[in-house]
Design a protein around this ligand. Structure first.
Ligand code: GAR
Length: 201
């Protein structure tokens, strides 16, 4: 199985995935890294690991649908079987979702359905929650909404700051995202309605 990682920024999750793949913890082939941001540090990480990169900039398209249609074209050309969103800061449309139904994974830095959106870590911290965490889920048409694959828990410490919390969150992300990719790519996830269970066989 071939997969693509989509990333807009630093790409620390991408790096964790590359590391896991190198160690043989993920057997699927990371064939492509796609970014909407030509400055994304994630692209440097991909190049260093000799992974093909493609930049698709939003300014060249009239609508989100046109943008996603271009992504579909690329993904089909590259024989991509599933997609991993790792800090890809764009809303994706049904043009892409319909072609890759239940084959797009996303990571969100909070315990969904709490603290959706782009500032989840700070939002949870400022809200005063005692626990927050990380969610890996399938992508559907609603933002931060699809079936949950794995979650990791983070306890807010007494002297926590938004910065130390962010570091805790990333540490958990880098552990559970490769694991979710492994489970998915080995066919070990089973749907029951919107519940995703680990297959026992
Ligand atoms: C991660 O913390 C991820 O959970 C978050 O972006 C960060 C990307 O970091 N995604 C979202 O907030 C999506 N709503 P990275 O570029 O270092 O992997």
């Amino acid at each position: 199985m071939n997969f693509a990682v989509f990333a807009s920024g630093r790409g620390t999750n991408l790096q964790a995935i590359i590391r896991a793949a190198k160690k043989g913890k993920i057997s699927a082939n990371l064939a492509l890294v796609v970014s909407d941001n030509k400055e994304a540090y994630a692209l440097k990480r991909a190049k260093r690991a000799k992974i093909k990169t493609i930049i698709v900039e939003a300014k060249n398209f009239n609508s989100r649908e046109d943008y996603d249609a271009e992504l579909v074209k690329i993904l089909e050309q590259e024989n991509i079987d599933f997609i991993v969103l790792a800090g890809f800061m764009r809303i994706i449309t049904s043009v892409l979702i319909n072609k890759f139904r239940n084959k797009i994974l996303n990571i969100h830095p909070a315990l969904l359905p709490s603290f959706k959106g782009t500032h989840a870590i700070v939002d949870a911290f400022n809200y005063g929650v005692k626990f927050t965490g990380v969610t890996v889920h399938f992508v559907d048409e609603k933002m931060d909404h699809g079936p949950i694959i794995l979650q990791g828990l983070v306890k807010i410490k007494e002297n926590e700051t938004a910065e130390t919390l962010e570091a805790q969150i990333h540490k958990i992300e880098h552990k559970i995202y490769p694991e979710a990719i492994r489970l998915f790519s080995e066919g070990k996830l089973k749907f029951e309605g919107r519940k995703v269970n680990k297959a026992t066989t």
